[in-house]
Design a protein around this ligand. Structure first.
Ligand code: BG6
Length: 488
């Protein structure tokens, strides 16, 4: 996360999986927007590697459609596709065949000579995880993994492993070929503007940090709700479930950024050291502490086992055993097919210690809500006096909305930020090996088969999730906080 955004260094970006969905929907649209914003000098070239035997023009058409459909700066705003397309080289080949890597090496050397890419290579594994080890080993064997005249880096998509053992095994295999500082394990949540703003909110303001602890915070709620179902990803999802798909990575990242101590400097080591400290302090979570749900109709989704018990919803209560957070519950929930798509971090503060206004028996405690998406915003709920001669008190929401303040289309897509950081050699917003393994160590005990409670699509999740809260005398916030409702 560079302090100031500068141009990417010259490099060849090698995308393995060039004909796949991620490349079309995320990577190429992000690169195109980066070019439009002036961050990609001409010496940044793209080599797309794919098994699919399609004509160059057909691949380019497919990628262009992706830019049209998904880029932040779509071509009606910035039309530089022809220029971008010229930077793309398509290399067809089998991922297990050494010949693919021999040809890749020759292509990269040619780009160094003719396009000024200076021996720098950013490899991007936009592939199913089963293929990761093959590509990594082949890159090693072909001598493409070591820093030579320039640098070599590798970006690895999630899921990074399926459990602790497989994550460790994958780390070992990657480390056999790449050094840790060459490895960029992506979690696109870290690339979201509003997630990075958590650091600014906490550490560039003096008024929040003094109350960001057990003395003032009653509890923390983190919600990652999705309105869509599993769609065409049923095959993958049925093996992963919400724990592996969301909790081990995205939710854990949100928890660590919310809970961590201030790093003494904004660099990859310090930032990740602090996040690891939080993971180490999370009290082991028991499966019984969670509420597990599955949306009605999930078993009928394509490629999902008709008797599947895979949870599509989970609500967890966890504790962070350190000085700052002792005794403060963190409630985290995530699910598919809920009533809205929203990601929110809310700090619920404690009630005032003494009630001065007897006619207002139900004063609300303050709350700070950070809406990560959509409608990216901050909300500070405070009590004010209702105008008039009596002494009535009402909760009002002091709101800040990114779009109102900064305008439309200003929030870069997560992949823009992350690709630029990887090109600049800044790993702050990528997960380190110990971080990944610690997150898995917390998740592993929760992965035994459960019988999830059914919930209705479009609802707020299974009723037992409400009981988890009401048992503690608390309530979930609405999963549509921006519409003014308070409770789900
Ligand atoms: C992905 C998960 O990592 O994140 C998906 O695999 C999920 O299941 C997606 O839908 C959510 O990302 P976002 O950015 O849309 O909140």
């Amino acid at each position: 996360m560079s302090a100031s955004a500068t141009d990417a260094e010259p490099a060849s970006i090698v995308i393995f999986g060039a004909s796949g969905d991620l490349t079309r929907r995320k990577l190429v649209p992000a690169l195109h927007s980066l070019m439009c914003d002036g961050y990609l000098p001409e010496e940044v070239q793209v080599v797309g590697v794919a098994r699919t035997d399609m004509a160059d023009a057909a691949l380019l058409d497919r990628l262009y459609e992706g830019v049209m459909d998904y880029a932040r700066l779509e071509p009606s705003i910035c039309e530089r596709w022809p220029e971008f397309a010229q930077r793309i080289t398509y290399l067809r080949g089998d991922y297990g065949d050494p010949e693919t890597y021999r040809r890749l090496g020759a292509t990269l050397r040619e780009l160094d000579a003719t396009r000024g890419t200076r021996g720098n290579r950013l490899y991007y594994l936009a592939l199913p995880p089963a293929v990761f080890p093959t590509v990594i080993e082949q890159l090693g064997r072909a001598g493409l993994a070591k820093d030579g005249d320039g640098w070599a880096r590798i970006v690895i998509e999630k899921p990074f492993g399926h459990d602790l053992a497989s994550a460790r095994a994958l780390n070992e295999r990657v480390h056999a070929v790449f050094d840790e500082d060459q490895i960029y394990r992506i979690d696109h949540y870290l690339g979201k503007e509003t997630v990075q703003n958590l650091l600014v909110l906490r550490f560039a303001n003096s008024i929040f940090e003094p109350v960001w602890n057990r003395n003032y915070v009653d509890h923390v709620q983190i919600t990652m709700a999705e309105s869509e179902g599993v769609g065409h990803r049923g095959g993958y999802y049925d093996r992963a479930g919400v724990l592996r798909d969301i909790v081990q990575n995205h939710l854990m990242q949100l928890i660590t950024l919310t809970a961590m101590e201030p790093p003494s400097a904004l660099n990859a080591k310090m930032l990740r050291d602090e996040k690891v400290q939080v993971l180490q302090a999370i009290r082991p979570i028991r499966q019984d502490d969670g509420v597990w749900g599955q949306y009605r109709g999930y078993r009928e989704e394509p490629k999902v086992d008709a008797a599947s018990n895979t949870p599509t919803y989970v609500a967890l209560k966890l504790y962070i055993d350190n000085w700052r957070w002792q005794g403060v519950p963190f409630y985290a929930r995530s699910g598919k097919q809920l009533s809205a798509k929203t990601t929110e971090i809310a700090l619920q503060f404690k009630a005032v210690p003494h009630l001065l206004f007897p006619e207002n028996v139900d004063l609300h405690a303050n709350r700070l809500s950070i809406i990560i998406q959509p409608n990216e915003s901050l909300h500070l709920c405070i009590e004010i006096k209702v105008p008039g001669l009596g002494m009535r008190v009402k909760t009002v929401d002091m709101e800040f909305h990114y779009e109102e303040h900064f305008g439309e289309d200003v929030l870069p897509e997560a992949y823009e930020r992350l690709l630029l950081d990887a090109l600049q050699g800044d790993a702050s917003l990528f997960a380190r090996s110990d971080e990944i393994e610690m997150a898995w160590a917390l998740i592993d005990p929760l992965t035994a088969e459960v019988t999830p409670e059914l919930y209705e699509p479009g609802s707020a999740g299974p009723p037992a999730a409400d009981a988890l809260m009401s048992h503690d005398g608390r309530r979930w916030l609405s999963i549509v906080p921006q519409n003014g409702d308070d409770e789900a």
